[in-house]
Design a protein around this ligand. Sequence first.
Ligand SMILES: *Cc1c(COP(=O)(O)O)cnc(C)c1O
Length: 223
Amino acid sequence: MASIRENLEIIQQRIEDAKTRAHRKDDHIQIIAVTKQVSVERTKEALEAGIIHLGENRPEGLLAKKEAIQDQAIWHYIGTLQSRKVKKVINEIDYLHSLDRMSLAEEIEKRAVNPVKCFVQVNVSGEESKHGLSKEEVIPFIQSLEKFSKIQVVGLMTMAPNTDDKEVIRKVFRGLKELQQEIANLNLPYAPCQELSMGMSNDYEIAIEEGATFIRIGTALVG
Ligand SMILES: *Cc1c(COP(=O)(O)O)cnc(C)c1O
């Protein structure tokens, strides 16, 4: 297994190259190390390599990692969140990447002590198997969040379809960016919507070319 430092160096070079291609040299792109499949030890290695953002997709995994790791980290919950699990995790995380329904928003409103930075998850590709709102549903959904004091929509999140066709993937990321700009232009105080959480091990370079500000990387970094 390669060291995380070595993996990170390769990824950082590819990020720089993608930024150059996209004329985004001055943009800061946050790398979230997705540690859902690795041990506490490996997660600590990521922090030692300079990673500060950690992503988990199950409440149990998040809480176990958090308890074991004393270092300062910024915690991202990237998986589907069942409403009955909100209470367990919502005050333990810095970002939620999977806000996708009103019942979840209501539960967050009830349980969160402070406002939570949320990404609204969008199923841009329309695949049956994927979570998230359809593109058409996103703006009405965000407008209906105005009444909540504990939800801040910092951006949109998507997962690309499972395909080798780079143009299909690119189109999905581009669609998310267009939607993000449309929402940002609404100037909603509770939904600044400046961020784009998109790109994983196999497609982060395309995501950066299309405007990602947070990339979520598991296997290529810590796997
Ligand atoms: C697992 C996971 C990732 C990381 O996937 P890799 O392909 O291992 O980089 C990113 N985002 C979400 C939502 C995930 O569940």
